[in-house]
Design a protein around this ligand. Structure first.
Ligand code: DMJ
Length: 731
C-alpha cells in the first residue's frame, strides 16, 4: 500500500508543480496537461506590475478570477466547499529533510520528461551568482548599519543614520515596541553571519555584543519582539559558539564563558514581570526593562504576542536547568488555548489578559495569530512535548474547517483555488476580504507538517501578488484585487516559504521565485546606505527604515535558498528556524527536562524516612521578576493560581525553622519563606546537607523552590503556592 501512496503523492506533486509553473511563470506544460486539469486559477489575469490598482469592475466572483464566489461563502455550502480533511502525514516527530524525502520521494528517479524540460532551468553558475547577490545584500545592509547606526538599534538607510527608541513619543509603538536601545540589528544579525560562514565578523560581533550591550535600560518594549529578536538570537549564537562540531567554520570565542546565555537570562528575567499579576496567566504585552510593567499599561494583547514565546523561553529553561521561563510561556499558551471557541476551535486575535475576553474576534493566519500556530508545532519539534503537537493538530484542523475556502485539492476539481480567509472565531463567518503579507509564512509551516500540495498552492497565490508589485503589500484585498495597505517593510515571509518549498521539492521554480524576489529588492528597495522599507508598493516610494529582520531573516533565507551546500543543509545536524529566522539545532539534549529529578513522579524521602511528594513541573504556580541574580538581595514572592502575588510567611528567627522531619526541599521552602532572604540563606547554609550549601554559591546543582504545603506547621500559611527561583547558568 505504501508504494501506491508514494506514487500517488508523486503524481500529485508533479502535477501541482506543473500547474504552478504554468500559471505563474508561463513555463507550463502542453495543452494536454491543461486539459487534464481544468484550473480556474486566475493568476494570469492579474494586472501587470506597473498597472494601476483599481477595484475590480466586474461582479464579485466572476469565474476564474481571484475573487471566486466560494471564498465569500462559508465552508460546506456548496459542492466544492466541504471542509478539507487534513492530509495524512507521517507519524509525529518526523520533521526535517527526512520527512520531506518521505513526502516527496522521487529524488532518485531517472530523468523523465519533466526533469528534462526543467533540468537546465537554473544553471549552477546562476545559482552561485544569486547566492553571492544575497550575501552582498546582507553585507551592504550590515556594513552600513555598523558604519552609520551602531550602537543604535536600527539603520535609517536613506539618510545613513542610526535610530533608537522614540523617547519623545512613547505612544509610537511601531518603533518603541521593537527598539530597546540594545543594538537590536547587531544582535539580530549574529547567526546570519555564522550561516554565511563569516567567522571573523561573527566573532567580532559576538564580542561587541558581550562588551557593549546591556538590558539595564529604561525602555518599554514588547515582550514578544524582545523575545524573538533578541533572546532568540542570543540563544542561537550561544549554541553556535558552543557547538562541538563547529559546522559553520570556527565560530568559537576565546575565553567564552556563556556570556550570551547569561545575557539571555538577564533579558528574560526582565521580561518576567509581564507574567505577574495577570489573572489569566496570559502576559502583559509590554514591560519596561528596568521597572517592569508600566502602571498605565494596556491589558490587551494579541494572541501571537502572548502565545509565541515558548520556543525561546523553553530553550532558555532547558539550557539553564530552570523551569521558570518555560513554565510561564507554557502557561500562557494553555490559557489562550483554553479560551478557544467551543464551536469552531478557533482563537481570536486580541484578548484581555485579566478577563480572558476576546477583544478581537478575528481569526486568521496573519497578524495577531501567525506565530502562535507556528510555535505550537515548532515547540513540539524541539521539545517533543506531545501536548504541543495535539494542540497544533487540533488548530490545523480548525483552520482547514473554517479558514480555508475554495476547492478541496490544490490542483484539481471544480471551483476556486484554495485561500485562507479571516473569519469570526465564534461563527466562522467571513470578517473581511483581505489577507496580509504575514500570512505568507504559512506555506512554510505546511511544508514542515507535510502538507506540501496545499503549501504550493498558497505560496503561488502570494507569489502572484509579488509578481504584480515587486513586493507584497501589507494587506491585499482579494475581492477588489488591490492592496488595502500599501507598505512593504522588507518582510521575509514569502522568501521563507519559498526556501522551505525548495528544500521540500528541489524544484527550480522556487529558485526562480527567489531570483525574482532578490532582483525586485535590489531594484526597488536598495538606497544609499542599505535597503529601505517600501512605503507604497505601487509608486515604489520608500521610507527611511531597515527593520532588523531584513538581516536576520530575509537575507538569510535568500542566501540559504541558493547555497545548496550550506552546513544548514549538509552538516548532518537538523536545524529549525525560530519565527525570527534564528537557527536552532534540533537536539535530543533539548528534549530533556533538567529539573525532572526535582519533580519526579515518585517523590522522595525526607530526612526521617517519610515519603515526600515532589511536585511535577505543571504544579509550579509561580514566577517572579525578583529572581534576577544575585538572588539573596531580593525576596521571592509566590503567586496564587490566579496570578496574584502573595505575601510570604515564615519564621526567619529560627536558625532552621521547621526543618526537622522534612526533606531538603522543605528547607528551601522555608528559606524562601523568610522575608529577608539573607537570613534564610544563612539558615539553610548552616545545614549539613551539601545541597543547601550550594545555595549561596548559586550552583546549578541546587534549586530553590517554594513547594506546595501539604504538611503541618508554619508552612501551612502558604496554601498551595509554589515559587521557583531561576538559577545561574551551568558553569
Ligand atoms: C518578524 O519579526 C518575525 O518573522 C515575526 O514572526 C513576524 N514579523 C516579522 C517579519 O515580518
Amino acid at each position: 500500500m505504501q508504494w501506491r501512496a508514494l506514487v500517488l503523492g508523486l503524481v500529485l506533486l508533479r502535477l501541482g508543480l506543473h500547474g504552478v509553473l504554468w500559471l505563474v511563470f508561463g513555463l507550463g506544460p502542453s495543452m494536454g496537461f491543461y486539459q487534464r486539469f481544468p484550473l480556474s486559477f486566475g493568476f494570469q489575469r492579474l494586472r501587470s506590475p506597473d498597472g494601476p490598482a483599481s477595484p475590480a469592475s466586474g461582479p464579485v466572483g466572476r469565474p476564474g478570477g481571484l475573487s471566486g464566489p466560494s471564498w465569500l461563502q462559508p465552508p460546506g455550502t456548496g459542492a466544492t466547499q466541504s471542509p478539507r480533511k487534513v492530509p495524512r502525514r507521517p507519524e509525529p516527530g518526523v520533521c526535517g529533510p527526512a520527512h520531506w524525502g518521505y513526502v516527496l520521494g522521487g529524488r532518485d528517479r531517472g530523468p523523465d520528461e519533466y526533469e528534462k524540460r526543467y533540468s537546465g532551468a537554473f544553471p549552477p553558475q546562476l545559482r552561485a551568482q544569486m547566492r553571492d547577490l544575497a550575501r552582498g545584500m546582507f553585507v551592504f545592509g550590515y556594513d552600513n548599519y555598523m558604519a552609520h547606526a551602531f550602537p543604535q538599534d536600527e539603520l535609517n538607510p536613506i539618510h545613513c543614520r542610526g535610530r533608537g527608541p522614540d523617547r519623545g513619543d512613547p505612544s509610537n509603538l511601531n518603533i518603541n515596541d521593537v527598539l530597546g536601545n540594545y543594538s537590536l540589528t547587531l544582535v539580530d544579525a549574529l547567526d546570519t553571519l555564522a550561516v554565511m560562514g563569516n567567522s571573523s565578523e561573527f566573532q567580532k560581533a559576538v564580542k561587541l555584543v558581550i562588551n557593549t550591550v546591556s538590558f539595564d535600560k529604561d525602555s518599554t518594549v514588547q515582550v514578544f519582539e524582545a523575545t524573538i529578536r533578541v533572546l532568540g538570537s542570543l540563544l542561537s549564537a550561544h549554541r553556535i559558539i558552543t557547538d562541538s562540531k563547529q559546522p559553520f567554520g570556527d565560530m568559537t570565542i576565546k575565553d567564552y564563558d556563556n556570556e550570551l546565555l547569561y545575557m539571555a537570562h538577564d533579558l528574560a528575567v526582565r521580561l518576567l514581570p509581564a507574567f505577574e499579576n495577570t489573572k489569566t496567566g496570559i502576559p502583559y504585552p509590554r514591560v519596561n526593562l528596568k521597572t517592569g510593567v508600566p502602571p498605565d499599561t494596556n491589558n490587551e494583547t494579541c494572541t501571537a504576542g502572548a502565545g509565541s514565546l515558548l520556543v525561546e523561553f523553553g530553550i532558555l529553561s532547558r539550557l539553564l536547568g530552570d523551569s521558570t521561563f518555560e513554565w510561564v510561556a507554557r502557561r500562557a499558551v494553555k490559557a489562550l488555548w483554553n479560551l478557544r471557541s467551543n464551536d469552531t476551535g478557533l482563537l481570536g486575535n486580541v484578548v484581555n489578559i485579566q478577563t480572558g475576553h476576546w477583544v478581537g474576534k478575528q481569526s486568521g493566519l496573519g497578524a495577531g495569530l501567525d506565530s502562535f500556530y507556528e510555535y505550537l508545532l515548532k515547540s513540539y519539534i524541539l521539545f517533543g512535548e506531545k501536548e504541543d503537537l495535539e494542540m497544533f493538530n487540533a488548530a490545523y484542523q480548525s483552520i482547514q474547517n473554517y479558514l480555508r475556502r475554495g476547492r478541496e485539492a490544490c490542483n484539481e476539481g471544480e471551483g476556486d483555488p484554495p485561500l485562507y480567509v479571516n473569519v469570526n472565531m465564534f461563527s466562522g463567518q467571513l470578517m473581511n476580504t483581505w489577507i496580509d503579507s504575514l500570512q505568507a509564512f504559512f506555506p512554510g509551516l505546511q511544508v514542515l507538517i507535510g502538507d506540501v500540495e496545499d503549501a504550493i498552492c498558497l505560496h503561488a497565490f502570494y507569489y502572484a501578488i509579488w509578481k504584480r508589485y515587486g513586493a507584497l503589500p501589507e494587506r491585499y484585498n482579494w475581492q477588489l484585487q488591490a492592496p488595502d495597505v500599501l507598505f512593504y517593510p522588507l518582510r521575509p515571509e514569502l522568501v521563507e516559504s519559498t526556501y522551505l518549498l525548495y528544500q521540500a521539492t528541489k524544484n527550480p521554480f522556487y529558485l526562480h521565485v527567489g531570483m525574482d524576489i532578490l532582483q525586485s529588492l535590489e531594484k526597488y528597495t536598495k538606497v544609499k546606505c542599505g535597503y529601505a522599507t517600501l512605503h507604497h508598493v505601487i509608486d515604489k516610494s520608500t521610507e527611511d527604515r531597515m527593520e532588523s529582520f531584513f538581516l536576520s531573516e530575509t537575507c538569510k533565507y535568500l542566501y540559504l535558498l541558493f547555497d545548496e551546500d550550506n552546513p544548514v543543509h549538509k552538516s548532518g545536524t537538523r536545524y529549525m528556524f525560530t519565527t525570527e529566522g534564528h537557527i536552532v539545532s534540533v537536539d535530543e539534549h533539548l528534549r530533556e527536562l533538567p529539573w525532572k529529578e526535582f519533580f519526579s513522579e515518585e517523590g522522595g524521602q525526607d530526612q526521617g524516612g517519610k515519603s515526600v511528594h515532589r511536585p511535577k513541573p505543571h504544579e509550579l504556580k509561580v514566577i517572579n521578576s525578583s529572581s534576577n541574580p544575585p538572588y539573596e538581595e531580593k525576596g521571592c514572592r509566590c503567586l496564587s493560581p490566579e496570578g496574584v502575588a502573595q505575601p510570604l510567611v515564615g519564621d526567619p528567627s529560627s536558625p532552621s525553622p521547621g526543618l526537622e522531619g522534612r526533606g531538603w526541599d522543605w528547607a528551601a521552602h522555608l528559606l524562601l519563606a523568610s522575608q529577608e532572604p539573607s537570613t534564610g540563606l544563612s539558615a539553610a547554609a548552616s545545614n549539613e546537607d551539601p545541597r543547601r550549601h550550594t545555595v549561596n554559591a548559586l550552583s546549578p546543582q541546587f534549586r530553590i523552590f517554594c513547594l506546595p504545603v501539604s504538611g503541618s506547621g508554619k508552612t501551612a500559611a502558604f496554601g498551595d503556592l509554589h515559587c521557583p527561583i531561576p538559577q545561574r547558568a551551568p558553569l
